[in-house]
Design a protein around this ligand. Sequence first.
Ligand SMILES: *Cc1c(COP(=O)(O)O)cnc(C)c1O
Length: 427
Amino acid sequence: MQNLHLDTRCVQAGYTPGNGEPRQIPIVQSTTFRYESGEEMGKLFDLESAGYFYTRLQNPTNDYVAAKICALEGGTAAMLTSSGQAANFFALFNLAGCGDHIVASSSIYGGTFNLISVTMKRMGIDVTFVSPTCTDEELNAAFQDNTKAVFGETIANPALTVLDIEQFARAAHAHGVPLIIDNTFATPVNCRPLEWGADIVTHSTTKYMDGHGAAVGGAIVDGGHFDWMAHKETFPGLTTPDESYHGITYAEKFGMGGAFITKCTAQLMRDFGCIQSPQHAFYLNLGLESLHVRMARHCENGQAVAEFLSRHPKVTRVNYCGLPGDPYYERAQKYLPHGSCGVVSFELAGGRASASTFMNHLKLAAIETHVADARTCCLNPATTTHRQMTDEQLAAAGVPAGLIRMSCGLENSQDLIADIAQALDAI
Ligand SMILES: *Cc1c(COP(=O)(O)O)cnc(C)c1O
């Protein structure tokens, strides 16, 4: 599959039916699997042979879909999780534990920011946040002796900043740790972080991959090029025996290509059980089959809406890396040459009141906390997700009161623009 175009992989990778088998991915709606002998099953529990025994850890439907996402990102192994939050938590916790430290871009999804800065902190894992526009000196200064990973988002939700993946990969590798990239907004159609030096890629498949607002889910892909054994002291969980599996050493037994995902499945899925249901994996695959077609339209609509807004007198600012003049335009030309995503944010003169009038007059775009859906939706953080904050606090957080985040769907762009125009006229 790797030699085929990405479009073809979206449609066909991950599952190839044999003679007379179902054309569509079978939903293996079974919690458990039958074996002829106890010995056979014992081998599965020792990770001596590969196979399924309990859907809390692995299920064939999930593995077909994970294999497709793996082929899209160009990785060596992948797994699905119940949500994007679970994917990011697992990716980080597979490497860092109590007493460890991670470096993360400050421009990331709010849920991930909270996961890292509050919940993982309570688990004894420390973090240093750096700006996505930091210098090499500032980035290098964030590392400590106990740093285990670097984390960032290709295109940040909701700030729409673009990460310099090569810069972050260089710094991570100079300090002997992997770079984890959340590629949710770009999707592998528009950017494949593993090709730019990232080691592990995560997704909230809830967004563009599913793309229809139907199923919450997540994914983790390992690029297979981080040499754990060369950093034996830093990653004892991968490079020393796991007594809960009769003393196997993941990096030795499964190599660079398989160690990370095997450990993540065998330990974290076993203990936390954040498995995606096979039914959701099936929905996700329906989304993936058209991802390459849909992303092009999301980007086309995002670009058209951003250009319209940038010329409108009631709009004081537009954030979209496809607009020349956007602070991230040059970076996007490098990392996202075929388009970024359908999410645009913009600021209205007149703050909260204008935002409220505008949103209430929209007819096509629905008010939702969701993004990356087939249907256009929008949100004013000041009156919803950030409503407890004052105008001054909002400005300091980079979320001005008049800011609107709009996720452009798959409708006709002229209809979207007409809807936006009439809502702007109402202000
Ligand atoms: C939504 C989102 C998440 C969290 O994903 P869920 O599927 O909602 O748990 C993580 N990262 C990014 C970039 C997101 O947009």
